[in-house]
Design a protein around this ligand. Structure first.
Ligand code: GTR
Length: 421
């Protein structure tokens, strides 16, 4: 009898354990269940001093950058790499002569077999002076953003995806143009902008064991610089190149990132003030969305699914988000007073569109203190009603994606802010 009782106890314990282990994460999608939270004030220093002037903001800015590096994204190596640019291809007849397409290998060390990234650049042929530019990373290699068969195919590691033509973690011919619907390059060029793109995996292969094959070991022994930080760094290396290009106005360069690339774009824009404009598209958790709002993806969830994106310290906040010394509105504030655009999609609840809007709104006091209008929206706007102040915002119909509609708004926003004075 006793042994039967023991057996039953053991069985029930095993069942409870198995259930606990398999218990799937259940995201909260109910505004009423978010609870209350208090956001840290971007305009109060850690020691309590109020920030009311631009020179004081410089100090607070430096403090916030340190906090984000220490607690979330890791520290970017301070030394500027010795970068070497090698132009590999130039085609002046792209889109029937509308643009010149170039491929440039960006070497991060003097050695030609060292770490590198492959940059692709389209510059409009019709122009009167230097043109503004957009930089955006791609998910499947440069050859995936357009079906043009002359684009060099990436040989880097990619996530297995037979439908997209990724076999044995490598791109095949079938993968040409698979991402093209997210890249209205012709439209962008027609509106007078250059477009630069690179495969994010050139900097850090996007999987949990990607670090040894990333650029990181070439630059730092510290373990806290991670994938988002490396991708952000890639944006800056592209700007290093554009600064030397006589066709480009390096003072009018915007960076755009969708989803995880949006997190990287925000972190790049926060750190590197050479970027004149930053666009976050559906960047969500640890991007534009407030961390303290328990809605959709959470800090604990993102750290579990993607342990290689952030630093080790960030994981210690999994169950105590309210103790983070920052929240994401302060990442947005680090872009001030430069134009910032936050885009959401109504069906992308995982990314918490409302939390993205609230973060943009909570960054606004910094923009206003620095003499701009900030975000001119008291309420979250309706679908397809873009707000175009110094902080721009829209929410569109549909799900987690980067669409023609999104690009049209980014172009309108850039036209507005980049217009030659
Ligand atoms: C999801 C992740 C999001 C977002 C997205 C993406 O799985 O949870 O934070 O980054 O991936 O990059 O598409």
């Amino acid at each position: 009898m006793k042994s039967l009782w023991l057996l039953l106890t053991l069985l029930s314990l095993l069942t409870v354990n198995a259930l606990a282990q398999s218990s799937a994460f259940v995201p909260n999608y109910d505004e009423a269940k978010i609870g209350t939270y208090t956001l840290p004030d971007p305009l109060t220093m850690q020691d309590g001093t109020k920030v009311t002037t631009a020179p004081q903001w410089r100090k607070r800015r430096a403090e916030l950058l340190q906090l984000f590096a220490t607690h979330v994204y890791g520290h970017t190596p301070a030394t500027k790499p010795v970068v070497r640019f090698e132009e590999k291809l130039r085609d002046a007849k792209s889109f029937g002569g509308l643009a010149t397409r170039r491929e440039i290998t960006v070497h991060f060390t003097p050695k030609s077999d060292g770490p590198k990234m492959h940059l692709m650049l389209y510059v409009p042929n019709k122009k009167t002076g230097r043109v503004p530019a957009f930089i955006a990373m791609n998910y499947n290699g440069n050859h995936a953003v357009h079906s043009d068969p002359t684009i060099t195919m990436s040989t880097a590691w990619m996530r297995e995806n037979k439908d997209n033509g990724i076999v044995n973690n490598r791109a095949t011919e079938k993968s040409r143009g698979v991402e093209a619907r997210r890249w209205p390059i012709e439209m962008i060029v027609q509106r007078g902008y250059a477009v630069a793109t690179f495969y994010y995996g050139d900097l850090f292969p996007d999987h949990k064991d990607g670090l040894p094959d990333s650029i990181i070991p070439h630059f730092t022994k510290a373990e806290d610089w991670n994938a988002i930080g490396a991708w952000a760094w890639g944006f800056s290396r592209v700007l290093d190149y554009l600064e030397r290009d006589k066709n480009i106005d390096a003072k009018r360069v915007a960076i755009v990132g969708h989803s995880r690339h949006g997190k990287a774009a925000l972190w790049a824009g926060a750190q590197d003030e050479r970027f004149a404009m930053v666009v976050s598209n559906d960047s969500g958790e640890s991007g534009a969305a407030l961390a303290r709002r328990n809605f959709g993806e959470t800090v604990a969830r993102i750290n579990t699914s993607f342990p290689h994106w952030f630093n080790a310290k960030y994981k210690t906040y999994n169950d105590r988000v309210s103790e983070l010394p920052i929240d994401q509105h302060e990442l947005l504030a680090l872009i001030a007073p430069r134009p910032l655009y936050v885009a959401s999609a109504v069906e992308d609840q995982w990314a918490d569109p409302h939390g993205e809007f609230l973060a943009a709104q909570a960054a606004s006091p910094v923009y206003q203190m620095l003499g701009t209008d900030g975000l001119k929206a008291v309420e979250m706007p309706g679908i397809h009603q873009p707000v175009m102040s110094t902080i721009g915002y829209h929410i569109r119909a549909g799900g987690h994606d980067l669409t023609q509609y999104d690009w049209e708004q980014f172009l309108n926003f850039a036209d507005r802010h980049f217009r030659r004075k």
